[in-house]
Design a protein around this ligand. Sequence first.
Ligand code: SF4
Length: 172
Amino acid sequence: MPIHLDDLDVISEVEGLSSALIVPCNMCPAITVSVKEKQPFMQFFRSFLKSAPFERHIRALQSRLREKGVNTEVFKSNLYHQWFLCMWTSGRRKKLQEHAKRYEAVIVLGCDSATETVRDSVKPIDSKVIEGMEIAGFMNANLRFHWPCDVSFEDCKIVPISRKKENEEMSG
Ligand code: SF4
């Protein structure tokens, strides 16, 4: 049950900064970008355990930031169990904290829970945390496999997260 996300205006948030560390969650954001671009989420034979649309999305963000004088690096999570920021180990959080010391801010690409993980990790060093995405809703999609080994999410619908609240409001 991935979460569908929308991009937030990061550029206005980096005003006056010269460096930032981008911390992407590799699951829901990567699925979201692949759905928006109507591209496979993963093509195992072309880019093993990497989502090409999301990689391009991050590179485009880095390029826009560079134009504004902000140098960035991506805090990469190459191992599958590191993909989900909402379930990071304490060791991973500590590693982010150490890495973030070299930057003026961290930019989170993920949901509120991803931001919480990053905030928690960098709290001791008082780093500025910038949210790069916001939740649009739950994603409902058909998981499809295409030859030779492509994984796609198709016929995507966005289901409001606050449906309970909406129903309550409608009933009265
Ligand atoms: S941190 Fe949020 S965006 Fe990332 S996998 Fe967990 S729920 Fe999805």
